[in-house]
Design a binder for this molecule. Sequence first.
Ligand code: NAP
Length: 465
Amino acid sequence: MTETLGTADRPLHVAIVGAGPAGFYAAEALIKQKELVCRIDFINRLPTPYGLVREGVAPDHQSIKAVTRVYDKLAAAANIRYFGNVTFGKDLLHADLKRHYDAIIYAVGAQSDRKMGIPGEDMAGSLPATVFVGWYNGHPDYRDLEFDLSHERVLVVGNGNVAMDVTRILVSDPDELAKSDIADHALAGLRASKVREVVLLGRRGPVQAAFTTPELKEFGELAGVDVIVDPADLELDPQSATAMADDKIATRNVELLRNYAERGASGAPRRIVMRFLVSPVEVLGSDDKLGAVKIERNRLVQSDDGSMRPRGSGEFETLECGMILRSVGYRGVPLPNVPFNEASGTIPNVAGRVTTQRGGEVVPGEYVVGWAKRGPSGVIGTNKPDAAATVQSLLADLSELAGAEAPDPDAIPALLRTRQVPYVSYGDWKILDTHETSCGGEQGRPRVKVTRVAEMLEIIESGRS
Ligand code: NAP
């Protein structure tokens, strides 16, 4: 640390772009440094904070959302400010942040999704699961989308926890969902839904599935839902059986799946069919409207690194459906004037220090945390050590960070006012939060989400006065 930067005379000024878990944990790691005097500003695109905790975590997983209390406590610190409803690259430019802060931490997550790369994928009715998640969670970008739930069968591609979430929401009893903070428009859509069967397609076997046991267990606890598993899919090849012996999660998952296979169908009104070792190869339809998906049976082949990879067997089948949701992973999108690695969909970095490209030079004063740093993996808590590691890199660089002039804390709000950006403070967010939770209280729900930015700003405006 230099004699001056990070002291009362010359506090460290940090901008954190993105107020999701990774951003909050970066702020926490900074303010926990006893010797460090710093000022932190969050720049967040939506008026609402919390990132995927609000927009991604399934509405029937309310307990996971309790983590926002930690973020609220952090945000109350005198040296933390929040500028919500401010888009990086539009309302505030990269050059603005370079000028007014000593360091920038990108905590923007992964805003898009990966594709399957098969013919017909862009047909109406073939959609990324991420937008369905955004829709039922009331994300303003997705709240006006329409999902055709007038068919009996939906296919969900992928075996991760997002695939589990969307499957569960599609077959859950709407009266149960009505007790949660699911967006009202989604609840209405799901009440009218004719979907009776969701077929989950895993390209590899049950041992290689990315979902975790609590999510698999929840399937079996859904009222009015049968979980259908073909026992033949649970016959393991020798390599998978060996791999499972060392993997507690896979062992428990396969145990549960055997349970489901034994239980079979009870004639419940809705069902989840879990298929393994199958890949969609073509989305079929007419007049650009899908009607079925051609799938190919796979077998597992050991690759050079020892992992088991899927390989098509040349055996095909066609499954009729009204919608297909691909849940094959999130993907980052580039930020204006910030390096981006197209191959990984992340911001290239070394130990959280942004680099010009993969293996390139370090860009001084720019850092990255969370999914934008490591890709879309892990649970919310994974972001805590991840952000702390980046902050360690930042602290190690302190002597090189200070510019000639100390940043003026009033410059950013002044700039936003000049540009007529209606930014939202944390206090403003709390006005909206109180509005949502009190509306929810009247209905016995945790909150009723406001899902349009204009409406959010109106509620905040009237709350201010
Ligand atoms: P994920 O865990 O990486 O799963 C992606 C799935 O897509 C894998 O099963 C993968 O199969 C499959 N896949 C990839 N490309 C495919 C293709 N071309 N065709 C067919 N399948 C393909 O990703 P995610 O589900 O989006 O979740 C992201 C992260 O958020 C994960 O860490 C997840 O645990 C976390 N999350 C947690 C919760 C929770 O705790 N309840 C809820 C939601 C999300 P392969 O394994 O064969 O590649």
